[in-house]
Design a protein around this ligand. Structure first.
Ligand code: Z5A
Length: 200
């Protein structure tokens, strides 16, 4: 199961769990690493800076295509070659984020967004896609303890995060994501994720 995706609203604990999962996989002898979206390539990291900069203005459609450009490059330059070499990749966000944030969050047609995502990933399918679900207030409290600067997406506030969360719920209901209750301590969540990955 070499391509594992962790998803969820900002502050749900994805990054913490992605790092723990990579460490566990590495301990068991796998060549594993974490990658994040947007990012992971020179193009992707530059686009990430623009996308998260509060000074950037981008209409929903421009924002959509910028995330897709970063993703298409990551798939072509990093993901496919690494998977072909047998590496295990833990991906902090993938196309599900675009459907949730730009589709459900910004009001773009989720069906059209999903079709655009398919084009960007060129048929690449994860072996496991886990949605770490927490209430918006819990995620906000977790973010508040860990960070200082608020980026352009976080600045949209709780109402936006609720729409994003409803997008993840729709993806889970459609069978695209596996929901995991993430309102539990780090070590408990780590055990649940490990079981889900190893069971796959
Ligand atoms: N975005 C988009 O709009 N469309 C797209 O297609 C894509 C992305 C791909 C990327 O930001 C932004 O891009 C993101 C969506 C948008 N929106 N924002 N903002 P990012 O990658 O910089 O940040 P993030 O994805 O939002 O993640 P984050 O803020 O780094 O949070 P996280 O990874 O979910 O959580 P964490 O860093 O692991 O944990 C947050 C804090 O909670 C930290 O202090 C931890 O110690 C603590 N924590 C973690 N787990 C727990 C548990 N279980 N209990 C208690 N406390 C915990």
């Amino acid at each position: 199961m070499p391509l594992i995706v962790l998803e969820g609203i900002d502050g749900c604990g994805k990054t913490t769990q992605a790092e723990l999962l990579v460490a566990t996989l590495a301990e068991s002898g796998k060549n594993a690493r974490r990658l994040r979206e947007p990012g992971g390539t020179v193009l992707g990291e530059r686009l990430r800076s623009l996308l998260l900069d509060p000074a950037t203005t981008a209409c929903p459609t421009a924002e959509l295509f910028t995330y897709l450009a970063a993703r298409a490059q990551l798939v072509d330059e990093i993901l496919r070659p690494a998977l072909a070499r047998g590496e295990w990749l833990v991906l902090d966000r993938f196309w599900y984020s675009t459907v949730a944030y730009q589709g459900y969050g910004l009001g773009l047609d989720p069906t059209a967004v999903t079709a655009a995502c398919r084009l960007a990933v060129g048929g690449l399918k994860p072996d496991a896609a886990l949605w770490l679900d927490v209430p918006v207030a819990v995620a906000a409290a977790r973010r508040a303890t860990g960070r200082t600067a608020v980026d352009r997406i976080e600045a949209r506030g709780d109402a936006y995060q609720e729409k994003v969360r409803s997008g993840y719920a729709a993806l889970a209901a459609a069978g695209d994501l596996t929901r995991i209750d993430a309102e539990v301590p780090v070590n408990e969540l780590q055990a649940v994720i490990q079981r889900a990955v190893l069971a796959g």
